[in-house]
Design a binder for this molecule. Structure first.
Ligand code: PEP
Ligand code: MN
Length: 342
């Protein structure tokens, strides 16, 4: 059960509601976010919902039996909008494009990509400053110095930054230089990292775990929300299967399914999803038509020389073509009778 408190409820009023809920045999957890105050209550007893709903300090009450609650569509009908400032926003039913290299490599590379994105009208740049690599001998990123340089260049062109945070100790030093944190597939179930990201007032894009189910992804998002941060985006980036002809099995089914289960925007990552450059565009377009609220993909001025993920990285011509076609497909989608519109 989710109990939404009235705006500006006092501590005493909150305690009163908590007492009532406990009396019904439920265990309430108080959650304060950027947008509201709630009790998330767990319990099994049957009771008349009006007992809570009619309480003067309660704005509304919702029965949500899923393991995840605050991220569930069952209580929030209005589409979620997440602002990155300066009019840049990610929203359900929109199309946010985010592009950039797998890794931030040099100022020259960053300037080239920022210029390319500006030309294409892409307002959000992705890139890794801290890189999780399978091999300890692979390039592991330029770290905070690289992020600071990137931030300086991006700011000059009013481009927003989304980048991966790998551990709790990085959250604070990164804060000033990022517009959105990314939780990578290898960290989706790092619950202490997720919990700490709940204390941050910047958006977080959470990727599906390497072999994670959708319910596990939603519960990971719930960890952040339950600790205070509602500015969340879900990202489908494929899961590992027995198929070895491509990198991961991008799950198109995840898009309508997540959108039905949750009110959070759903972003598709075709680059890590298929991992094969020549197929990234078609998979991205399939994601858009399936209802994705955004696409995040890898591009580089010279993909063959990229320090990481060269095999799936688009050159600027390919990237421009993806952007143009994604926008065209989005317009087409709006003309269809699909459930993802708002
Ligand atoms: C990335 O976005 O560069 C990345 C490492 O992705 P993932 O966590 O999905 O593997
Ligand atoms: Mn990558």
């Amino acid at each position: 059960m989710i109990i939404e408190l009235i705006e500006g409820a006092t501590e005493e009023q909150r305690d009163e509601v908590a007492k009532l809920v406990k009396g019904l045999g439920y265990k309430p957890t108080y959650v304060q976010t950027q947008r509201g105050e709630y009790f998330v209550a767990i319990g099994k007893a049957d009771f008349d919902i009006r007992v809570v709903g009619h309480h003067p300090h309660v704005r509304d009450v919702y029965r949500v039996s899923d393991a995840y609650k605050l991220v569930s569509r069952k209580w929030k009908a209005k589409p979620t909008r997440i602002s990155l400032g300066d009019g840049v926003e990610v929203r359900e039913g929109g199309l946010s494009l985010m592009a950039g290299p797998c890794s931030i490599e040099s100022e020259e590379q960053v300037r080239a990509i920022v210029g390319h994105l500006s030309q294409c009208g892409v307002q959000i740049m992705r890139g890794g400053a801290f890189k999780p690599r399978t091999s300890p001998y692979a390039f592991r990123g330029l770290g905070l110095d690289g992020l600071k340089m990137w931030h300086q260049v991006a700011k000059e062109h009013n481009i927003k930054i989304v980048t991966e945070v790998m551990e709790i100790s990085q959250i604070e030093p990164m804060y000033e230089y990022v517009d959105m944190y990314q939780v990578g597939a290898r960290n989706t179930q790092n619950y202490s990292l997720l919990h700490e990201l709940g204390n941050v007032d910047k958006p977080v894009l959470i990727k599906r775990g390497i072999s994670g189910t959708l319910d596990e992804l939603l519960q990971s998002a719930e960890y952040i929300f339950a600790n205070g941060n509602e500015k969340l985006l879900l990202c489908e980036r494929g899961v590992r299967t027995y198929e070895s002809s491509y990198r991961n099995m991008l799950d198109i089914n995840a898009i309508p399914t997540l959108k039905e289960k949750s009110h959070l925007p759903v972003i598709i990552d075709p680059s890590h999803g298929i991992g094969v450059r020549q197929h990234v565009k078609s998979v991205a377009l399939a994601g858009v038509i399936a209802g994705a609220d955004g696409v995040i993909f890898e591009t580089h001025p010279e993909p063959e020389r990229a320090f990481s993920d060269a095999q799936q990285t688009l050159n600027f011509d390919e990237s421009k073509s993806l952007v143009e076609r994604a926008r065209a497909v989005f317009e087409l989608r709006k003309s269809f009778d699909l459930p993802a519109e708002s």
